[in-house]
Design a protein around this ligand. Structure first.
Ligand SMILES: NC(=O)c1ccc[n+]([C@@H]2O[C@H](COP(=O)([O-])OP(=O)(O)OC[C@H]3O[C@@H](n4cnc5c(N)ncnc54)[C@H](OP(=O)(O)O)[C@@H]3O)[C@@H](O)[C@H]2O)c1
Length: 271
């Protein structure tokens, strides 16, 4: 299955931690080149050094960028052109959340989340899909969330951004498949990464405590990434890691929305 990624050139956003770091590790034995993108250059440097030691034939490049900035996205695309690097696997993974009531949210934080989860993902896809189309092959993996299937109170903007990511990916998968490009939305539930630390507002209860509340649906970063890569290799349009969560979502999607809304509202009171 993983042979699908043999000799690919993969660009991974948000490679400095969590799922992005794990994507880098799982792709490294197969890819010929990895391009690691995030803001924390020290983390990217350490990861690149580690991967080069483990896989001496792998070409690992780093590009430190805040991808919410349009000029940095253009700079990344220009740098790839200058270096004659053709990306044939794009992993749009960088993303962040914000937990708490919408009315008390910090606007800069909300805007940053929309810029990262929606605008940057869409723009990077737009910039890199052109090269894939010229070569007649390529794959795009957009990291969405199970939160994208439902409007989640206390995470209203985050779940809306992920609804966008899943919808965008599904439409693009249909549009690009005849041209040899596969698009997959990876929709994880809770995964223990730095995500919940980032999503927790200053002075609020650490959202990572939800791992204790719903232990059965928690999957490791290793499993989430493996599931995502297998789905790409199978050219699936979307996938939910963890059989229990996948089954629960499948059932929930069959329930009339008026009932789902009540359940979500009840849970919101507990969050
Ligand atoms: N963990 C979960 O439970 C979970 C569940 C469902 C979906 N997801 C999704 O999974 C993806 C990865 O999250 P994670 O769980 O791995 O969280 P994480 O450990 O917090 O990783 C987030 C990554 O995004 C990067 N990033 C944040 N802002 C950025 C910016 N402006 N420019 C460039 N890179 C930026 C961070 O790097 P720097 O800070 O170095 O820039 C980091 O590498 C996200 O899209 C998230 O929504 C996570």
């Amino acid at each position: 299955m993983m042979n699908f990624f043999n000799n690919c050139t993969a660009l991974i956003t948000g490679a400095s931690s969590g799922l992005g770091e794990e994507f880098s590790h799982q792709l490294a034995p197969y890819a010929s080149r990895l391009i690691l993108v995030a803001r924390r250059i020290d983390r990217l440097d350490a990861l690149a050094t580690h991967l080069r030691e483990l896989h001496p034939n792998l070409d690992v490049r780093i590009f430190a960028a805040d991808v919410t900035l349009a000029e940095r996205r253009h700079a990344l695309a220009d740098w790839l052109t200058d270096e004659d690097i053709e990306v044939n696997f794009l992993v749009n993974n960088a993303g962040l959340g914000d937990h708490g009531p919408f009315d008390t949210s910090d606007w800069e934080r909300v805007e940053n989340m929309i810029d990262l989860n929606i605008t940057s993902l869409t723009h990077l896809t737009h910039l890199l899909v052109q090269g894939m189309l010229e070569n007649g092959r390529g794959a795009i993996l957009n990291v969405s969330s199970v939160a994208g299937f439902f409007p989640i109170p206390q995470m209203a903007v985050y779940s809306a951004t992920k609804a966008y990511v899943t919808s965008f990916s599904e439409a693009l998968a249909m549009e690009l498949r005849p041209q040899g490009i596969s698009v997959t939305a990876l929709c994880p539930g809770p995964v223990p990464t730095e995500f919940f630390d980032t999503a927790t507002r200053p002075g609020e209860e650490d959202q990572a405590s939800h791992f204790k509340t719903f232990p059965a649906i928690v999957v490791s970063a290793q499993e989430a990434v493996r599931t995502g890569l297998e789905a790409v290799a199978r050219e699936r349009a979307r996938v939910i890691p963890g059989p229990l969560l996948a089954a629960a979502v499948a059932v929930a999607l069959m329930i009339p929305f008026c009932i789902v809304r009540r359940i979500l509202a009840m849970n919101s009171a507990k969050l």
